[in-house]
Design a protein around this ligand. Sequence first.
Ligand code: CP
Ligand code: NVA
Length: 308
Amino acid sequence: MRHFLTLRDFSKKEILEIVDLGLQIKKDLRAGIYKEELKKQTLAMIFEKSSTRTRVSFETGMFQLGGHALFLSNRDIHLGRGEPVKDTARVISGMCDMVMIRTFSHSMIEEFAAYSKVPVINGLTDSYHPVQLLADYMTMVEYDIHENAIVAYVGDGNNMTHSWMMLCAKIGFELRIATPRGYEVNSDILAESMKFAKESGAKITVTNDPKEAVRGATIVTTDTWASMGQEEEKEERINAFKGYMVDDLMMCLAAKGAKFLHCLPAYREQEVSESVLEGHADIVFDEAENRLHAQKGLMVWLDKQRGI
Ligand code: CP
Ligand code: NVA
């Protein structure tokens, strides 16, 4: 049995298998073919933070696969009142077939997985957002921008950045990260991804100069400056991130025809201008839709691992 907590635990081959499976399932869906590969299975979804895409994609995906999804907000279950994580894990995994968790500390999801009898999927922690990167890579493949990609990530060194680092390190492309001073990526995760990058031939660089990162990039991406749980720092961050908005001028520095990606939700005229977001709306909303297809691929893949 496998859990999906971060891409660090997955090989390039496995990531490609999951993405390919998602692409096949997407093709089937377009043709009206529903293979009920998770018939009668239940996915428990524990949310300790808000969500639009993650909730809708997992719930819809599970239904399309012939299963059922349970939405469990921490306001409604005893976890939010102090029932230990290890007890919650043993109870829920005794009744459900898979668990998806969106929470704050990454160690909570690790503890849950350690006590769970069924696969656990990370639906976002403060450290990583790996399911988003499955959808992002699927989008890169669909738009045929995955080979020799030079990805510039401009913004906060956060869960999205860390997952970009792991994806890049495993797949083997170039990733340039520009963050303001004081908002750099986690140094341990950077060191570990550098180690994987050496093995795959990936190139990861970090800078405090967004222009340096974006010059010649084939894909530019960013994320909110204040993640969930950092609402009180919002004003301070808006000041610290001056010069980091991905706008038309910044996109002009990128390679001709460069694409823009955003995990959403987007804060216009903060990390991205209205015109860049709307100018790349086709790919950005395909990227959002791909959450559904990539995660269906992931759930079917994880289910198959049980039998191996
Ligand atoms: N990108 C993403 O995970 O969106 P939600 O927070 O809406 O789930
Ligand atoms: N970094 C953001 C991602 C939202 C999908 C957050 O954690 O809030």
